[in-house]
Design a protein around this ligand. Structure first.
Ligand SMILES: Nc1ncnc2c1ncn2[C@@H]1O[C@H](COP(=O)(O)OP(=O)(O)OP(=O)(O)O)[C@@H](O)[C@H]1O
Ligand SMILES: [Mg+2]
Length: 246
């Protein structure tokens, strides 16, 4: 079977403008493949570049060199050359992303935050609401919170809203950045179930999990990043602006 995602010779530098154009090389010649129904777990020390890789796959960070390809039934799509306007439909329909922290939008209730990816596809509002409530219920978010904006929620409550939002639209490719970091054991177990159900319906997942127990229950393969990546600095002049962190 052909891989859904193929990354080849990917490299990434950050140019630090505040420090006279110092370049921080975080990724050097990284390659990987990911198949449908598989969960590949990124491993490696803090600061090695795990989140950076997910952000590159989601189009938040640009690559200096290398290729990121998605394979569709009508052929491959090269993401490093994708024009900005093409990212919106790709994120809506193909690539899902559970960031480590929920981006809180004032006055939007928790259930609406979770429904939004389905509504963006033109889905029925009643069905979307029902599915959102089912997920929030599975993740033990008390119903009294569903109609409230998550801004004042605890870290773990916000993270569960974020996870429900990430899983609701059943994207073929799902990127998970420490989704269980601030969860208790019962909720961690629920997230493990969600991941394994997604796998069973063919979702390809690339995830970061520090928890050994979670890792052992979801990972089909581990990718230790130390072999591929090195962090070093060198000086060069650059007049272009670097990306914003998001
Ligand atoms: N926007 C940015 N500008 C400059 N440097 C950045 C930017 N984003 C990340 N970095 C640097 O790139 C390196 C990799 O960061 P990254 O967040 O990918 O690490 P990580 O492996 O996810 O670490 P952790 O396990 O702590 O989450 C770090 O040294 C970080 O400071
Ligand atoms: Mg990280």
């Amino acid at each position: 079977m052909n891989a859904l995602l193929t990354v080849e010779h990917l490299s990434k530098d950050f140019v630090l403008h505040g420090q006279g154009g110092t370049a921080l090389e975080v990724m050097n010649d990284l390659s990987l493949t990911l198949h449908a129904g598989e969960c590949l777990v990124l491993a490696g020390r803090s600061g090695i570049g795990k989140s950076t890789l997910l952000k590159m796959l989601y189009g938040n960070y640009l690559a200096q060199r290398g290729s990121i390809r998605l394979l569709f039934s009508d052929g491959p799509l090269e993401l490093t050359e994708l024009p900005a306007h093409a990212w919106h439909p790709l994120r809506r329909d193909v690539i899902g992303y559970v960031s480590q922290f929920l981006r809180v939008v004032p006055r939007v209730s928790a259930v609406e935050v979770v429904m939004e990816p389905l509504l963006a596809r033109g889905g029925d509002a009643q069905e979307a609401r029902l599915k959102a409530e089912t997920l929030l219920d599975r993740l033990n978010l008390p119903p009294r919170l569903w109609q409230l904006p998550p801004g004042t929620f605890s870290g773990g409550e916000q993270q569960r809203v974020n996870i429900a939002r990430g899983f609701i639209a059943e994207h073929p490719l799902l990127l998970l950045d420490e989704p269980t970091a601030s969860l208790d054991a019962a909720n961690r177990a629920e997230v493990i179930s969600l991941i394994n159900e997604a796998k069973a319906r063919g979702t390809a997942m690339l995830g970061i999990f520090h928890d050994e127990d979670v890792r052992s229950q979801v990972a089909d393969r581990l990718l230790p990043l130390d072999d591929h990546m090195m962090t070093k600095t060198s000086h060069f002049q650059d007049t272009h602006s670097s990306e914003q962190s998001s």
